[in-house]
Every structure is written in structure tokens, then in C-alpha cells.
Design a protein around this ligand. Structure first.
Ligand SMILES: C[S@@+](CC[C@H](N)C(=O)[O-])C[C@H]1O[C@@H](n2cnc3c(N)ncnc32)[C@H](O)[C@@H]1O
Length: 84
């Protein structure tokens, strides 16, 4: 899934958890989920990863959940959507 305009990531934690839970509710608890957090190149991605990976209860602590970042404007369609 894509998180467009992540900034520091603080406000992404709860929505990403809800979406991960929603996906797994439909497809099974073991479904691997990739989350791509996007923002402009000037964004502080070090802080973003510290938030996403370091916050207690973060969705990223769930097994088979993988957090990535894309430093590119969302207007250039940074992701190839393969499944909605
Ligand atoms: C108002 S902040 C919201 C941040 C976060 N999603 C939140 O809810 O707290 C908007 C974010 O979108 C990013 N942004 C603005 N234009 C963008 C673009 N064209 N492509 C990607 N990110 C963009 C900004 O850098 C900023 O981090």
C-alpha cells in the first residue's frame, strides 16, 4: 500500500495499522504487506523511519509487514499499482 505525503510518519501509524488489519481480515493473517511511505526528497526520512520502526505498537512490528520509502513526488505516480 502507499502512504502519500508521510512527513514524520506519526499520523501514519494508526491508519497503516487499520489497513494492514483490513487486508489480513480479508486475505489471511499471514499475508505479507508492503507499505511504501512517500514524500518529497527534502522530507526527513531518518525521522520517519525512527517513528515507524521505533514507536511502540507500530504496524511495522507485525510479522511479514515491510516498510519502505520513496522520495519522489506523488504526482509522478511513484508506485505501480498491482492490486487494489
Ligand atoms: C500536511 S503534511 C501531512 C503529513 C502526514 N501525512 C500527516 O498526516 O501528518 C503533507 C505532506 O505531504 C508532502 N507533500 C507535499 N507535496 C507532495 C508531493 N507532490 N509528493 C509527495 N509528498 C508531498 C509534504 O512534504 C508533507 O510532508
Amino acid at each position: 500500500m502507499a502512504d502519500l505525503g508521510v512527513a514524520a510518519g506519526t499520523n501514519s501509524l494508526d491508519p497503516m495499522r487499520l489497513v494492514v488489519e483490513g487486508i489480513r481480515g480479508r486475505t489471511g493473517e499471514d499475508t505479507p504487506v508492503t507499505v511504501v511511505h512517500t514524500d518529497i526528497p527534502a522530507n526527513d526520512f531518518n525521522t520517519m523511519f525512527a517513528t515507524v520502526l521505533g514507536s511502540p505498537g507500530s504496524y511495522a512490528h507485525e510479522p511479514q509487514v515491510f516498510a519502505f520509502a520513496e522520495a519522489r513526488s506523488f504526482y509522478v505516480v511513484p508506485l505501480r499499482i498491482t492490486r487494489v
